[in-house]
Ligand binder design. Structure first.
Ligand SMILES: Cc1[nH+]cc(COP(=O)(O)O)c(/C=N/[C@@H](CC(=O)O)C(=O)O)c1O
Length: 401
């Protein structure tokens, strides 16, 4: 019999498996609020106009070919990605202290960064917020790091457990790596205030902890790319070092193109270039070089001021639609007199609402109302529309009464 006959059947991914279950459900009222992917009012995936425009230009450009990219990817894309998150006027970029490599979207950027740290950094422990994106622990464990957690979410207030965060990071061994969501924390939708970010930054620098930022929603938290990058820029401004994983999956709608970048901000240009040389030794045996199409689209949008402005308008449109879904769901629950305080729905930011519903209530809503969401009670607001809000509100009402 097969040499693989001994394999046990693996469980589906807690996030991506929700979509598989949704697809199997024949119900006409089913609702997919699982994966963090934007949907229009009509419930359809969105390809941004700027992306379509650029793709038209690319397909007609006979000067383009399908040659291998360098291991580090599209150079222009790397430069423009660093400017997008650190600011076009960033002193670190000007001083040549930033190295950026194109990776396979956010996940690939996190994995390459994790493998680089496991190989070259003296402290192999990374602290993840509790809770965090479900794939983080797996990515970093497989990269060779030891995963620990720091308190982040306070179920009682449905807000930030700032005291717990400070205590846990204060107790972390000096030099530990700390994963920070740059904005729009997944799954809680709870971000530190600017004042709290400043406290976090001071603590991290005072203990020589190494920040590893994950930016998968730049522009989705506030609707402004620059505003959402402020916390990151305050860390770069203090001259310290950090790692930064960027994803264009959500904010440019390039999910399946797998477009992302890993940047490492170093103390000197000389170190940055040595870091880049070692990053190439991580990437070459992993996937050799990244895909050409998506990064070319992003570079075209970022370097042309008209396309860039049109992108910011489309991005704000997506952010605003999500915010209106928050208000509509909150109003619908209030209209039903649904027991409990639901103000966190309008206070939380980014793509997700961390409802506070427990796994029994979630499975009740799936069974009785065909609502598909992750078992931790997270719902992707982008999956909602004005006409489906009442159905979700009915389901939540039934689940809590
Ligand atoms: C915080 C965070 N970081 C990185 C990623 C990776 O995205 P990538 O497509 O590799 O650029 C995601 C994706 N999150 C959504 C989709 C998923 O789970 O893959 C989600 O949480 O639903 C994140 O939420």
């Amino acid at each position: 019999d097969s040499v693989f006959a001994h394999l046990v059947r693996a469980p589906e991914d807690p996030i991506l498996g929700v979509t598989l279950a949704y697809n199997k459900d024949p119900s006409p009222v089913k609702l997919n609020l699982g994966v963090g992917a934007y949907r229009t009012e009509e419930g359809k995936p969105l390809v941004l106009n700027v992306v379509r425009r650029v793709e038209q230009q690319l397909v007609n450009d006979l000067a383009r070919n399908k040659e291998y990219l360098p291991i580090t990817g599209v150079a222009e894309f790397n430069k423009l990605s660093a400017q997008l998150i650190f600011g076009a006027d960033s002193p670190a970029i000007r001083e040549g202290r930033v190295t950026t490599v194109q990776c396979l979207s956010g996940t690939g950027s996190l994995r390459v960064g994790g493998e680089f740290l496991a190989k070259h950094y003296h402290q192999r422990t990374i602290y993840l917020p509790q809770p965090t994106w479900g794939n983080h622990p797996k990515v970093f464990t497989l990269a060779g790091l030891t995963v620990k957690t720091y308190r982040y979410y306070a179920p009682a207030t449905r807000g930030l457990d700032f005291q717990g965060l400070i205590e846990d990071l204060g107790a972390a061994p000096s030099g530990s790596v700390v994963l920070l969501h740059a904005c729009a924390h997944n799954p809680t939708g709870v971000d530190p205030t600017p004042e709290q970010w400043e406290e976090i930054r001071k603590l991290i620098r005072s203990k020589a902890l190494l920040p590893f930022f994950d930016s998968a929603y730049q522009g989705f938290a506030s609707g402004s790319l620059d505003k959402d990058a402020q916390p990151v820029r305050s860390f770069v401004a203090d001259g310290g070092e950090l790692l930064m994983a960027q994803s264009y999956a959500k904010n440019m709608g390039l999910y399946g193109e797998r477009v992302g970048a890993l940047s490492i901000v170093c103390k000197s240009a000389d170190v940055a270039s040595k870091v880049e040389s070692q990053l190439k030794l991580v990437i070459r045996p992993m996937y050799s070089s990244p895909p050409i199409h998506g990064a070319t689209i992003v570079a075209a949008v970022l370097k042309d001021s008209n396309l860039f402005n049109e992108w910011t308008i489309e991005l704000k449109g997506m952010a605003d639609r999500i915010i209106s879904m928050r208000q509509q769901l909150f109003d619908a629950l209030r209209a039903r007199g649904t027991p409990g305080d639901w103000s966190h729905i309008i206070k939380q930011i980014g793509m997700f609402t961390f409802t506070g519903l427990n796994s029994e209530q979630v499975s009740f809503m799936t069974k009785e109302y065909h609502i598909y969401m992750t078992s931790d009670g997270r719902i992707s607001m982008a999956g909602l529309s004005a006409k489906t809000v009442p159905h979700l509100a009915d389901a939540i009402h039934a689940a809590v009464t």
